[in-house]
Write a protein that binds this ligand. Structure first.
Ligand code: ADP
Length: 501
């Protein structure tokens, strides 16, 4: 038994590098575009070359046929028969006639119906092919036929051959017309054309490579830009070329994506800064109050007062921490709505009842406008939170003499809750931000200062988590109207989880 060992060729690392570079190049869009373009143009040029060749050949043959048909008729004028032999009758003094007959007799063959040669020109192509039987069969043709013939030297001829009745006698006539002369020129032209094709295609390949490179330049810029984008360089933008093509659309979309990313990074940054600021303020206050108490307080009452003030700030701190925790849970989709069919009218009346006494104490006119038994599929806990936030804002920001109106309306598939007040309102420049976390309009002290700027963020999240939305209409000095639209839902319980935006 013999063993055969196959030795695999050991490729050098350099060769491997070449191979992988080649593979990368072959995969590149630029290469594929250029190759596609060159292949298409090559096919078109080759096709055009061949089509031209065929068209030219046909036209040459058509011309030869027309010439032979014309000469066939001319022979009839000059040819006569004398005792069965051909006799050419013409004016020997008329140079035109002499020329004409000489031209006719230059490539001509005349035979009788039995195939016996009567006259054959010296220049008639391939006379050996004109056998007696071939001539006999030509005599019985219905009409003269054309055929292409090539001599052993490769010269092409168009031949018209067939019966030629002369009085009572049937002759066989064959006339030949060389194609070689015209073919020669065509061949030269086509040879040049096909030889110059590789150079032309090479040139086109180079042009296609450059064009593809130019067309893909914005894509490469996009790729480079995407490479350097980080949280620090989110302000980077690529200017569209102004061509309004697909690449421009891609560039615009890429820039829009960066806009969105930048905005959400900014929001996260602002949130972190705001959160630390919000936590630091009460912490500093607590620390200050305790330090002052330690140094100055002498009696138990003084310590008690200091601790009570500190407790208020600690309470505020824990409220912020609780709210933040809840918001971050909502953000990560951990808060699950427990929806059920709830009598929204009753819920609204109960919540508003909490504000009746404080409102009349503050000199506010609180009115409720809810239909009997308006039910909807909501999470009662979250709905109450939403309503309490809106009511407490309206209560907080209105002044004595102002009014607050709470209403619920049921539409076909939605319920619309409105909390409107005639308070100071919100100016245009603040309106777009009031749903952002920690965003507060007034920092000028008073009750309004007690808010932590998270109430409306909750309102927005709760509305969206129910598949609804919240809108605000307000102008400075003209009150504020918050409208919450929620889908009324059906009677089956369902859960919905929605991360906060
Ligand atoms: P806050 O805890 O400060 O009330 P919110 O998120 O509830 O925080 O509200 C954000 C800001 O929107 C408030 O600081 C306030 O300036 C403004 N705002 C909210 N509701 C009203 C209202 N009914 N009237 C006037 N301004 C309001």
């Amino acid at each position: 038994m013999s063993l055969t060992t196959t030795v695999l060729p050991n490729r050098s690392p350099r060769f491997e590098r070449w191979i992988s570079a080649g593979r990368i190049l072959a995969r590149s869009m630029r290469f594929r575009l250029a190759v596609g373009y060159v292949s298409l143009v090559t096919v078109v040029l080759l096709g055009a070359g061949f089509a031209f060749q065929v068209a030219l050949k046909n036209s040459i043959e058509r011309e030869a046929r027309a010439l032979l048909t014309e000469r066939w008729g001319a022979v009839r004028g000059y040819l006569h028969l004398s005792e069965g032999r051909p006799l050419w009758v013409y004016e020997t003094g008329d140079s035109v006639q002499v020329d004409s007959v000489n031209r006719l007799r230059r490539r001509l063959l005349i035979a009788d119906a039995n195939g016996n040669l009567l006259e054959i020109s010296e220049h008639f192509p391939s006379p050996d092919l004109e056998t007696r039987s071939a001539l006999r069969s030509a005599a019985v043709l219905r009409e003269p036929a054309f055929e292409f013939r090539e001599t052993t030297q490769g010269r092409g001829f168009m031949i018209r051959r067939g019966p030629f009745p002369h009085g009572d006698t049937l002759l066989v006539l064959a006339l030949a017309q060389p194609l070689q002369g015209i073919n020669q020129q065509t061949r030269i032209v086509l040879k040049w054309y096909f030889w110059s094709l590789p150079v032309l295609i090479g040139l086109l390949g180079w042009v296609a490579w450059q064009m593809a490179g130019r067309a893909l330049l914005p894509l490469r810029q996009l790729a480079t830009a995407a490479e350097v984008v980080s949280s620090e360089t989110l302000s980077l933008r690529i200017s569209p070329r102004g061509a309004r093509d697909e690449v421009d659309v891609l560039t615009v979309r890429f820039n829009e994506m960066l806009d969105r990313l930048e905005r959400s990074f900014d929001r996260v940054k602002r949130f972190t800064i705001d959160a630390s600021h919000e936590l630091r303020t009460p912490l500093t206050a607590v620390r200050g109050q305790l330090e002052v108490a330690l140094i100055t307080a002498k009696t138990a009452d003084e310590f008690r007062t200091a601790m009570e003030t500190a407790m208020e700030d600690v309470e505020r701190l824990s409220k912020i921490v609780r709210s933040l925790l809840l918001l971050s849970q909502a953000e990560s989709g951990q808060v699950v709505l427990q929806t059920s069919l709830v009598d929204v009218s009753r819920l609204v009346r109960e919540c508003a009842a909490h504000f009746e006494l404080p409102a009349s104490a503050k000199g506010l006119d609180l009115s409720i406008e809810v239909p009997e038994n308006c039910t909807a599929e909501v999470d009662p806990v979250q709905f109450e939170r939403l309503l309490m936030n809106l009511l407490s804002n309206a209560f907080k920001y209105t002044r004595p003499g102002d009014s607050i109106r709470v209403s619920v309306r049921r539409f076909e598939s939605d319920i619309v809750l409105t909390v409107a007040d005639t308070g100071p309102g919100i100016s245009k420049e603040h309106l777009p931000f009031i749903f952002d976390r920690f965003y507060r309009v007034r920092e000028d002290g008073g009750d309004a200062d007690k808010g932590i700027g998270l109430g409306l963020s909750f309102v927005q999240w709760i509305a969206q988590a129910h598949g609804g939305r919240v809108q605000v209409q307000s102008e400075e000095g003209c009150g504020a109207t918050f409208t919450v639209t929620l889908p009324a839902g059906d009677s089956s319980n369902h859960l919905r989880v929605l991360p906060i935006d």
